[in-house]
Design a protein around this ligand. Structure first.
Ligand code: ZN
Length: 112
């Protein structure tokens, strides 16, 4: 595994798993895991899995650094998506019964 980054989970090196054990008898350690950089998690597929070995390590990082993460793109007002709400009959293909169903459609106000 020559192309890798160390997992960014702040507690990755504290998880008691066999694949983190390094060293020789008498001086063993739990070491941060490597995250292989592959075509599946790099380039256009760059994602959280490019930097974290697991969902748990990602969550640990997000919880520890939530203030810094939010500071990147703070939300100071609500966003809204224009929609159109209609009631339409829907027939269940299994039971054959028809009932009214609420449909929500996004409205594109930009001439699309
Ligand atoms: Zn990790």
């Amino acid at each position: 595994m020559s192309n890798f980054v160390w997992c960014h989970g702040p507690s990755c090196h504290k998880s008691h798993t066999q694949d983190r054990i390094r060293g020789v008898k008498g001086s063993k350690v739990l070491r941060t895991k490597k995250v292989a950089q592959t075509p599946y998690n790099s380039g256009e597929r760059l994602s959280m899995y490019s930097y974290f070995c697991s969902q748990g390590c990602y969550n640990d990082f997000a919880h520890k650094y939530v203030r810094e993460v939010i500071a990147i793109a703070p939300r100071t007002e609500a966003l809204e998506t224009p929609i159109e709400v209609t009631k339409e009959p829907y027939t269940n293909s299994w039971s054959g019964q028809t009932h009214m169903e609420t449909r929500i459609r996004t409205v594109d106000n930009n001439g699309g």
